[in-house]
Design a protein around this ligand. Structure first.
Ligand SMILES: [Zn+2]
Length: 355
């Protein structure tokens, strides 16, 4: 096998015609030093959004966050969790998407009912209007023994796409373009019509490996003597081309079950040549369990737990999947003196939590 010329070693074939739902497919355009991934969600995003039954614009926004989290989380080289969370002052105050490697995802939102109803009535249901101002946090959690890494970027009345671009530009210094799409599909079923959520996205990054492009990045003008015109490094042609191509992606190309991820990247990059990698499967699954909830309850103070007792029971509902857990107060003795803090919300039978 000739490793110096990848075009000889890599077999080529026509792009697959059928779309594989609930997958993420990495790809590489070696000639332009571009890498990326295509996310395509069918039953996974439908299951998450249907179960919550949020108002339509909230569901759509959470769907976008799910695509973004899957896109970034599936790129992790380590085993662990990737948590994408927005905290903002708009009608939708909180979005949380929790991705566990290699492909498990769950998500939920918190929002003000009146605020969302008012936004719908005013026709202001774009992401910027629903989120408002605040921040987007991305956390990588490798388990109890490892440190957590957190990246933060401001949300300033823009979209999740805007925030992702800003994050990669400032924190990672990687030119990045992200496209996210969510829509409801109407399908005939059992004599009636049933809405199904679908979602998809594409991410493209410029990661120069070839010597001439890497050198370009080193050409910092430095301290030029007075009067000498400073030349700024022009944007690399390969990135200009890649960015322009990805801007042509239509929402329908990210969602249409009849248009595969492979056909999408082939349409965009067949001229320079595109290599696709094995797509990995995704599934909607919550990681909550009776053991987890019990461990959390034990970490609260006796006083906090006493306040949770209603009708002789402690009832806890998982905010991600709505699973309900009931405990007899005597069965959860204190393990420590830690006080109850967020993310618990409310008291009584509707106590909700993020595990
Ligand atoms: Zn759950």
């Amino acid at each position: 096998m000739n490793m110096t010329d990848p075009h000889i070693a890599i077999p080529s074939r026509a792009p697959s015609a059928t779309a594989a739902d609930d997958t993420v497919m990495p790809f590489e355009v070696a000639a332009l030093d571009l890498r990326g991934r295509v996310v395509r969600l069918g039953p996974v995003v439908d299951e998450i959004l249907e179960r919550h039954n949020y108002p339509q614009p909230v569901a759509k926004l959470l769907g976008e966050a799910v695509v973004l989290a899957v896109m970034l989380g599936s790129a992790l080289k380590i085993e662990g969790r990737f948590i994408l969370q927005t905290q903002t002052d708009g009608p939708v105050g909180l979005l949380v998407v929790d991705f566990t490697t290699p492909g498990q995802v769950r998500a939920c939102a918190r929002f003000g009912k009146d605020g969302v109803a008012a936004a719908i009535a005013a026709g202001k249901t774009d992401a910027g209007a629903l989120l408002g101002r605040g921040h987007l946090a991305m956390t990588i959690d490798q388990g109890a023994d490892s440190s957590r890494y957190q990246g933060l970027v401001a949300l300033d009345g823009g979209t999740l796409e805007d925030a992702a671009h800003e994050y990669f530009l400032r924190s990672e210094q990687i030119p990045t373009r992200v496209r996210l799409a969510v829509a409801e599909e109407l399908r005939a079923e059992n004599g009636g019509a049933r809405h199904r959520w679908r979602a998809g996205g594409i991410m493209l990054q410029f990661l120069p490996k070839s010597p001439e492009r890497a050198r370009l990045a080193d050409l910092h003008p430095g301290d030029a003597p007075e009067g000498v015109e400073v030349h700024t490094v022009p944007e690399d042609d390969a990135w200009v081309e890649g960015r322009a191509l990805v801007s042509t992606v239509a929402d329908v190309e990210l969602i249409d079950p009849a248009f595969s991820s492979e056909r999408l990247v082939y349409r965009l990059f067949h001229e320079p040549g595109v290599r696709v990698f094995r797509a990995s499967p995704l599934r909607a699954e919550c990681s909550c369990s009776r053991e987890n909830v019990e461990a959390m309850l034990k970490s609260f103070s006796q006083d906090d737990r006493d306040h949770m007792v209603e009708d002789g029971k402690i009832s806890v509902t998982c905010e991600f999947c709505s699973a309900n857990y009931l405990f007899a107060p005597a069965c959860v003795p204190s393990a420590s003196k830690r006080s109850m803090t967020s993310p618990m919300s409310g008291r009584g039978p509707n106590d909700s939590m993020m595990l």
